[in-house]
Design a protein around this ligand. Structure first.
Ligand SMILES: NC(=O)C1=CN([C@@H]2O[C@H](COP(=O)(O)OP(=O)(O)OC[C@H]3O[C@@H](n4cnc5c(N)ncnc54)[C@H](O)[C@@H]3O)[C@@H](O)[C@H]2O)C=CC1
Ligand SMILES: O=C(O)[C@H]1O[C@H](OP(=O)(O)OP(=O)(O)OC[C@H]2O[C@@H](n3ccc(=O)[nH]c3=O)[C@H](O)[C@@H]2O)[C@H](O)[C@@H](O)[C@@H]1O
Length: 445
């Protein structure tokens, strides 16, 4: 099938690469000339293990190309995907400017009947507006039908998720258009759910809101576990063994960040307000998450009294491992609070440091190596559980710090990992593990 994709950001690129991999002829269009030039040279604008290799394989096979010219890109296409950004506007709503521009662009440039497939996360009712916009901008005597096909991939494992996801949702009020999109997706071999347009749009927001709720819930249980001497990993394991609850997304820590959970939860609150519905639960999820981001700063202040003049190494700056994405990363809130408290901040991230420099306070210094960050530090904060950070932090802190002290926002270590090491270790939702060790040692003596 001949397919165009409007918007070659993260989702557009991954969608294009995966559709080409299953045999379709794909043209990815983007208005950002610099991005298109990079892509034509085989350079992905996003860090994701394996993405560039798959992109190159399909470009070489002639199934994948990139352009910033939508007249050429949209000509003779049978199916056009919209994968442009839907960022958060000031009032919390999804900003649909890019989606509506893409819809107008489609209307102006299509030369045959098309199916327009929306991958972007959009509020309920948006796809109907997309169809109206396409139809009211047509230059030729052609027609367009719309299908909502929300995306559920995770950053850092997007290619894997596309071939191993739990479901593909195809929402449309036009049976024939839905059949075409179903046919396109069959080679992925995943369960396909057909729904109405509105239900598909709602499924995407409800999925992200539910996952965010799970995280805020486990974080509240973690905060309570600290006050009641329970151990959050044991608690999470115990509740997760109930198949009705499930064991995923129960990792307590310093909250969720990224390009989607924060903006999509805000957008769903705004969608609710617009229907005169007060979504109490989701508003609490957002508030809990905001508080959780700076939990380590509060713990450090409690431990030291003041952080003024202390050198704090922030290990891991991206919102999660295996990505260079800094959008809504906890490190932003943590670095701002630390600078306000008068601490000196040394940031380290294996991949995201360049992006971090654009969003962290200018007072933050950066280390090129994890060793360098830890050597300079009085205190270490773990913010992102990169493999390198988990493997090296504990041992390097004991080697290079006079009085090693680690505040771990991602619960990377167990009591066994700390065994025999002279390090003070403070994590989330667990009794101070180093204290447990001290008590055991005292008991033995
Ligand atoms: N990033 C993620 O992990 C996921 C994102 N989504 C949703 O997918 C959508 C896209 O997200 P990202 O890929 O992260 O966005 P992004 O911001 O990385 O990329 C959007 C791209 O669209 C381009 N663009 C904007 N208007 C255009 C136009 N009229 N014509 C051609 N190109 C245009 C921009 O230059 C940019 O390259 C959003 O609605 C997001 O909520 C859904 C699931 C996962
Ligand atoms: O709509 C989207 O953009 C995507 O948002 C998330 O994907 P992503 O943001 O890439 O990353 P996740 O792996 O879901 O992690 C999000 C945040 O939650 C945090 N998290 C995750 C899981 C957990 O148990 N605890 C926890 O704190 C992570 O550290 C991270 O900051 C969803 O998982 C995807 O299904 C969805 O398509």
């Amino acid at each position: 099938m001949k397919i165009a994709i409007i918007g070659t950001g993260y989702v557009g690129l991954v969608t294009g690469v995966c559709l080409a991999e299953i045999g379709h002829e794909v043209t990815c269009i983007d208005t950002n000339l610099e991005k298109v030039d990079q892509l034509k040279k085989g350079i992905s604008p996003i860090y994701e293990p394996g993405l560039e290799e798959l992109m190159e394989k399909n470009r070489a096979a002639g199934r994948l190309e990139f352009t910033n010219n939508s007249i050429i890109g949209l000509k003779d296409q049978e199916v056009i995907y919209i994968a442009v950004g839907t960022p958060q506007s000031e009032d919390g709503a999804a900003d649909l400017t890019y989606v509506f521009n893409a819809a107008r662009n489609i209307g102006e440039n299509i030369t045959r009947n098309v199916v327009v497939v929306t991958k972007s996360t959009v509020p309920i009712g948006t796809n109907a507006k997309v169809r109206q916009l396409v139809m009211s901008n047509l230059q030729d005597n052609v027609c367009a039908e719309v299908v909502s096909n929300p995306e559920f991939l995770r950053e850092g494992s997007a290619i894997h998720d596309s071939f191993n996801g739990d479901r593909i949702v195809i929402g449309t009020d036009n049976q024939e258009a839905g059949d075409i999109v179903e046919e396109i997706n069959k080679p992925f071999g995943l369960p396909i759910l057909r729904t109405s347009l509105h239900s598909a749009e709602m499924i995407k927001y409800a999925s992200n809101a539910f996952l965010a709720t799970k995280i805020s819930f486990i974080n509240e249980i973690a905060n309570l576990s600290e006050k009641t001497n329970a151990h959050i990993e044991e608690v999470a394991k115990g509740i997760g063994m109930d198949s009705r609850i499930g064991n995923k997304f129960l990792n307590a820590g310093i909250g969720y960040g990224g390009s989607c959970f924060p903006k999509d939860t805000q957008a769903l609150v705004k969608i609710s307000e617009d229907c005169n519905h007060d979504f109490h639960l989701l508003k609490s999820v957002i508030t809990i998450n905001e508080n959780q981001k700076t939990l380590l700063v509060r713990k450090a202040k409690e431990r030291f009294g003041t952080l003024r003049g202390m050198k704090v190494a922030l290990l891991g700056l991206a919102f999660k491992p295996d990505t260079d994405d800094m959008r809504e990363a906890a490190s932003i809130s943590v670095a701002h609070e630390l600078v306000e408290e008068g601490a000196e901040v040394i940031g380290y991230d294996p991949i995201a440091a360049d992006n971090a420099k654009k969003v962290l306070p200018e007072e933050v210094l950066y280390a090129d190596q994890i060793e360098e960050a830890i050597k300079q530090a009085d205190v270490v904060f773990i913010l992102t559980e990169w493999k390198e950070i988990v493997e090296k932090t504990l041992i390097l802190s004991t080697l290079f710090m006079n009085e090693p002290i680690i505040f771990d926002g991602r619960n990377c270590y167990t009591n066994e990992d700390l065994y025999n090491l002279e390090v003070e270790y403070i994590s989330v939702g667990r009794e101070n593990l180093s204290k447990i060790r001290e008590n055991r040692v005292a008991a033995v003596i």
